[in-house]
Write a protein that binds this ligand. Structure first.
Ligand SMILES: Nc1ncnc2c1ncn2[C@@H]1O[C@H](COP(=O)(O)OP(=O)(O)OP(=O)(O)O)[C@@H](O)[C@H]1O
Ligand SMILES: [Mg+2]
Length: 322
């Protein structure tokens, strides 16, 4: 994505019913921390046995041997079947969980608990219903931000996501897309060096989702932070990412497990990694992207004609990506 100042059309594209009127304006480069590198080295996560697991009594490897360096300012999309460990990887990057083996480093130092260099955006906006949109966004400001500076920053972010006119509204009085934009603004309020997004547009309708993708492109152009984006949507990944990784299980290579047809090594790792060609916004109909889409869908267990084959899951029970 170009790091140059972007003329934003996203805010007006993203304006919901009664939203911000059509206008041209320039997204000012937000004051941001430098984008930071994220490095996973031999990372694994095994969960202790609990009554919630299928194989009761057995520790369950969810991730294994994940090694990857995400460059400062890069947008990395993470794909994988449901339950393969995408959120777990993101949580570990943000210091919300710890690896069982290996490490994750941000800007060359280990990720710490609730690492303040990262901000997280979730599938649900998670706004506090009793606070206004502006007050919700202000919750993301770094601790100790002076009142006036905070107010100016919130105003800047609301402008960036096209919500200036809704600053005083409560979450119940705005649409789902607007709430998601407020949530994105709250995450950006921290000036994160790394933005961790876990299916941020997953709960939105198709049209709003496309608008939010445009908005994310504009936001990244204005403040090119490093982005780790978990998504189930192959086209979204192809539109937004510089690089895409697919998490999944590899065929078993050892003794007893190998003897069982189709057996896999427990724990997901990176089974595909590809660089997406072309500058954004990309032509959704290009032959090049179609070829990559086919490869990714095949990796997710979807045949060309769209039939899910059923992919082995961490629990050993085949499941489907969508
Ligand atoms: N704290 C935990 N304790 C035990 N098991 C956990 C814990 N967190 C996650 N898991 C398990 O790890 C596996 C991976 O979970 P995760 O949420 O990372 O999957 P995911 O790829 O994000 O799935 P989805 O696409 O459905 O969101 C799941 O089987 C889940 O039950
Ligand atoms: Mg998840």
């Amino acid at each position: 994505m170009s790091a140059s100042t972007a003329t934003s059309t996203a805010a007006r594209r993203a304006a919901g019913p009664g939203g911000v009127s059509e206008r041209d304006r320039t997204v000012r480069p937000a004051t941001t921390k430098a984008a930071l590198a994220v490095e996973f080295a031999g990372l694994g996560r095994t969960f202790a046995p609990s009554s919630g697991t299928v194989a009761f009594g057995a520790a369950r490897p969810v991730l294994r041997d994940v090694s990857l360096t995400v460059r400062p300012g890069e947008v990395l999309a993470i794909l994988g079947t449901s339950g393969c460990g995408k959120s777990t990887l993101l949580r570990i990057a943000g210091g919300l969980d710890s690896p069982s083996t290996g490490s994750v480093q941000i800007d060359g130092t280990p990720s710490t608990a609730f690492d303040t260099r990262c901000a997280v955006g979730f599938q649900e906006p998670r706004l506090l219903p009793w606070r206004t949109v502006a007050a919700n966004v202000s919750l993301g400001l770094p601790r100790g931000t002076a009142r006036e500076a905070g107010r100016a920053r919130v105003a800047e972010l609301l402008e960036l996501v096209g919500l200036t006119a809704f600053a005083g509204h409560r979450p119940a009085a705005i649409s789902g897309g607007m709430a998601q934009r407020a949530s994105l603004a709250r995450a950006l309020a921290r000036n994160p060096g790394v933005l961790l997004l876990d299916e941020p547009f997953g709960a939105l309708d198709a049209l709003t989702r496309l608008k939010m993708q445009d908005l994310l492109l504009d936001v990244h152009a204005a403040a090119p932070t490093t982005v780790l984006l978990v998504t189930h949507d192959v086209d979204e990944a192809l539109q937004l990412a510089d690089r895409i990784i697919l998490l999944g299980q590899e065929p078993a290579t050892t003794g007893a497990a190998q003897a069982v047809g189709g057996a896999t090594t427990p724990g997901a790792t990176i089974v595909q990694e590809l660089t997406v060609p072309g500058n954004r916004p990309r032509d959704r109909g290009s032959a090049e992207l179609a070829e990559l889409r086919g490869r990714l869908l095949a990796g997710l267990g979807i045949d060309r004609h769209g039939e899910a084959r059923g992919v082995a899951s961490n629990t050993g029970i085949p499941h489907f990506p969508y």
